[in-house]
Structure formats: structure tokens, C-alpha cells
Design a protein around this ligand. Structure first.
Ligand code: NAD
Length: 448
């Protein structure tokens, strides 16, 4: 279902009219394309407090052109601003955050990026913890007011190198619909994995030589995830219910992958997946298949409850356990599950769905440290907001329009936005990104 309002605000008369009426002003987001894979323009590197990070070499490889450190001097609008606030330890140094960004924030280019770097909260220093936590409120508020397709995110990190894949993602068009997020790098089980956080041999094909399985790949977000992982060089095994076999076969063929018609709720799904994998080994497991069976609890039969819990959560638990314990998911592997902002905020009529998606968050938080230390596998989740798919096209008009606009970017996301976030988690350089639930929701007001 096309977003006609977004098309309208893309024209001069439409912009004029909607501005006069005080209506939302979405801009068409700049997303990844083979012709323009990077943000074009200058990156401004600012610091608040005294930082020990060796950031310059990492930023030099991040995409936008480094334009020097310190106050902005050139007339060019920066396309990205990175504020290193890891050294903010007290109220005085927190004021340097304001001093650094206040003069430049207006000049950030349309669809530009602001990334604030913070330090983990120090349990032995409540002043440091207070001002580092303050950065969260700051970033989330700036995300809500900055407008014009610009995003603002906070990365908590210890070492710049471990965060390279994350900074490359956030400072690129791939993260167009990710805003207001707090991402911890190097927490939850340390930064090691079987192959470390080293970058891939071929940066254009970071997943070359790796096998990825995507559930629910016949259409929607799953199809986009499979396509994006294939773009990044993975051999994709596309799984969906047998009744979607025709579409599934077409997707797999287009991507040079393998189709696996299988109901993921089957008791033996883990074993059947392992049997279908070329070489019997798996590097990236994406749990994307999901269903809704909405009803208020008072009207919800047990079958509606159990079918949603079975597809969205029980099968995720079962297949993850089976593939991890059999060693099918090998060291350096990645599990990416799919939560939802409904699982974070709750939603009337979706007690079953929200329970299942909140369960995914619990699974990620608990399993991530153990999976990394015992198997060398990271476990993370995407939590999509309003994404333009057949699922959301079926939502009644007014609710659909509210879902689209009630976020900082005033528009719905595209399946590819979830896919790009999944590809960042799956990246060989993302070994230090573990136990994270990242919302791909344009900073939705729900579950904020
Ligand atoms: P969709 O309905 O378009 O696609 C889901 C796919 O999963 C379908 O191809 C379906 O056949 C498959 N599937 C369902 N049950 C299955 C089973 N038992 N075994 C194997 N495959 C099965 O949905 P979508 O919008 O692309 O959503 C994908 C995921 O993202 C879901 O987990 C959904 O809950 C989540 N999500 C979507 C949105 C959104 O706005 N679209 C928002 C939040 C979360």
C-alpha cells in the first residue's frame, strides 16, 4: 500500500500546504543503493569530556568523509556528526555535550546522522552513571525534534575497533529507519567470538562463504532479509510454509539460494533444517516467521493464543536450542530473532502476539551471554515498528495512518530497513554486538 501522503510532501505545493496546516513533514529517506552505498558528505567528529578512544582511524573507514575534529568551520553541511561523550563523568562535562552539538545540529544535512558515543555506566561512580544515563534522554529527545529524515542514536562502547561495524551501519544509508536507539557494544558476554570481531575479507561481500537460514522468507520482511543477506554474499536457505511453496521457490531461485518448504512449528524442524543445509553447517539463523491472530483477551479462544505463541516464540526456542546443541550453528555464528514494538509497548487486541514478542526479548537477553561463551554465537533481535508489508496493509485505514505517522520520521519503514539491521547483526565484524534488541521503528512513540 503506497504512502500517498509521503509522495505529497515530496512536492513543493504539498510541502507548502501540509506545513501551513501544521501536519507532519516526512521526507523521503535516503536508503542504500549499489550506486550510492555510502552517505555522501562530511563527517564531523566532536568530543565532550576527556576521551581515551582511538576513534579517528575507525571513523576514517566508516563511510562519510572525515572533516576534522572540533568546531565546524567549513560551509558544507555535515552529513554525519559523531560526538564522543565517553569521557563525560560529571555535570560539568555533561555541559560540553550541549556546547558541542548546540551550534552544529541545525546544519546537519537532510537524512543525516547524529551518533553519540557513551561509556558503560560505572556502578562504583554514581555521578558518572547519572550523566551517562542522561545521554539516553538527550539522544531520545534530539531524535524527536531533529526532523528532516535525520536520525540520532547512542552507542555505549569500551573500544572503538569493536564498534566499527556498528558505526559503519549507523553512519550509512542502511540505518535510515533506526533512530532513538541505545546500542551496547562489548557488553553481555564480552567481545570475543570464534572469528573475533575482525572485518571480512571482502567488504563488499562480508558474508561470502557463509550460510544463512531465513524463516518466513516467501514474502514481506523475510524476503527482504534473504535478499539483503544474499547481496552480502551469503548462501541463503529460504524457509516458509509448504502452502507458500510457489513464492518461496521463486525467491530462492532469484537469490541463488535453496528453498525449504517447512512449517517451523513442526517438532522435528531443527533436524529437518540441519538436513537441508548445504554442508550441514549454518552461520546465520534469522527467526523472522511470524503471525498475528488478534482478539481482545475476553474474546480470544485458546487456539488463537497457542498458534501465535507456537509460531512466534516456541518454535524460535525449539529450533535455536536444536541447532545450537547439535553444533550446526558454528562458532562465529549469529542468531537474529524478530521481536516487535508491540512486544515492548503492548497493544490492545494483541495479548498473544505481544506476549510472544516480549518472550523473544527475554530469550535474547538470557541466551546471549551463554551462547557467546559456550558456542561463539551472538544472539540479538530486531524489533520492527510499522513496516509497509501485507501484514500492515491489512490494518484498517485510520489505524494504519496513525501507525505510519506516530514516529519521529513520520512514515512507515520498509522491509529492507529491518533487513539491513539484520545484516549488521550478521556481519562478521559484529562479534561484540550481543544481547541487543534494536527497534527499527523510526523512533515510534509506542514503547519509546
Ligand atoms: P508477513 O505475514 O508478510 O510474512 C510472514 C511470513 O512468515 C509469511 O511468508 C508466512 O507464510 C511465514 N510463516 C508464518 N507461519 C509460518 C510457519 N509456521 N512456518 C514457516 N513460515 C511461516 O509478515 P511480515 O510483516 O513480513 O513480518 C515478518 C516478521 O516481522 C514477523 O515475525 C512479524 O511479527 C514481525 N513484525 C512485523 C511488523 C510489520 O509492521 N510488518 C512489525 C513488527 C514485527
Amino acid at each position: 500500500m503506497a504512502d500517498r501522503y509521503l509522495s505529497l510532501t515530496g512536492t513543493a505545493p504539498g510541502r507548502f500546504l501540509t506545513r501551513r496546516l501544521g501536519l507532519p513533514q516526512p521526507v523521503r529517506l535516503r536508503r542504500w543503493s549499489a550506486e550510492q552505498p555510502l552517505l555522501q558528505g562530511e563527517l564531523l567528529h566532536l568530543t565532550a569530556g576527556k576521551s581515551d578512544l582511538d576513534l579517528a582511524p575507525v571513523l576514517a573507514r566508516s563511510g562519510p568523509r572525515p572533516g576534522g575534529e572540533g568546531p565546524h568551520s567549513s560551509d558544507e553541511k555535515p552529513v554525519a556528526v559523531v560526538l564522543d561523550a565517553t569521557g563525560v563523568r560529571d555535570i560539568d562535562t555533561l555541559a560540553e555535550v550541549h556546547a558541542a552539538l548546540h551550534p552544529v545540529v541545525r546544519s546537519v544535512a537532510e537524512s543525516g546522522r547524529v551518533v553519540v558515543l557513551g561509556a558503560p555506566l560505572d556502578p562504583a561512580d554514581h555521578h558518572q552513571a547519572a550523566v551517562q544515563q542522561a545521554l539516553e534522554g538527550f539522544v531520545r529527545s534530539l531524535g524527536k525534534e531533529i526532523g528532516r529524515g535525520r536520525t540520532v542514536n547512542l552507542v555505549r562502547l569500551l573500544k572503538a575497533e569493536a564498534a566499527e561495524s556498528t558505526l559503519r551501519f549507523l553512519l550509512s544509508p542502511r540505518s535510515a529507519y533506526v533512530s532513538g536507539q541505545v546500542i551496547e557494544v562489548g557488553g553481555r558476554g564480552g567481545s570475543g567470538d570464534g572469528r573475533g570481531s575482525a572485518g571480512p575479507e571482502d567488504p563488499e561481500k562480508p558474508l561470502a562463504g557463509r550460510t544463512a537460514l531465513v524463516t518466513g522468507a516467501a514474502r514481506g520482511i523475510g524476503e527482504a532479509v534473504a535478499a539483503t543477506l544474499a547481496r552480502d554474499g551469503a548462501l541463503v536457505v529460504c524457509l516458509d510454509v509448504p502452502s507458500a511453496g510457489g513464492d518461496l521457490a521463486a525467491v530462492a531461485e532469484r537469490l541463488g539460494g535453496v528453498a525449504l518448504p517447512l512449517d517451523i512449528t513442526a517438532d522435528d524442524a531443527g533436524g529437518r533444517i540441519a538436513d537441508a543445509l548445504p554442508g550441514g553447517r549454518l552461520d546465520v539463523l534469522v527467526h523472522n516467521a511470524g503471525i498475528t491472530r488478534d482478539r481482545r483477551l475476553v474474546n480470544m479462544p485458546a487456539e488463537r493464543w497457542s498458534s501465535v505463541l507456537d509460531v512466534n516464540l516456541a518454535s524460535v526456542l525449539r529450533t535455536t536450542d536444536a541447532l545450537l546443541s547439535a553444533g550446526t550453528l558454528r562458532a562465529g555464528g549469529r542468531v537474529v530473532a524478530t521481536a516487535s514494538i508491540a512486544g515492548i509497548a503492548g497493544n490492545a487486541g494483541q495479548t498473544n502476539y505481544a506476549a510472544s514478542k516480549a518472550g523473544v526479548v527475554g530469550l535474547v537477553r538470557s541466551l546471549a551471554p551463554r551462547a557467546l561463551s559456550e558456542h561463539g554465537v551472538t544472539v540479538n533481535a530486531v524489533a520492527p515498528g510499522f513496516i509497509e508489508t501485507k501484514m500492515t496493509a491489512a490494518v484498517p485505514l485510520f489505524i494504519r495512518e496513525a501507525g505510519r505517522r506516530m514516529n519521529s520520521l513520520a512514515q512507515g519503514g520498509l522491509p529492507v530497513d529491518v533487513a539491513e539491521t539484520t545484516a549488521w547483526f550478521a556481519h562478521p565484524g559484529s562479534g561484540a554486538v550481543n544481547g541487543q534488541v534494536v527497534r527499527v521503528c523510526g523512533q515510534s512513540l509506542l514503547g519509546a
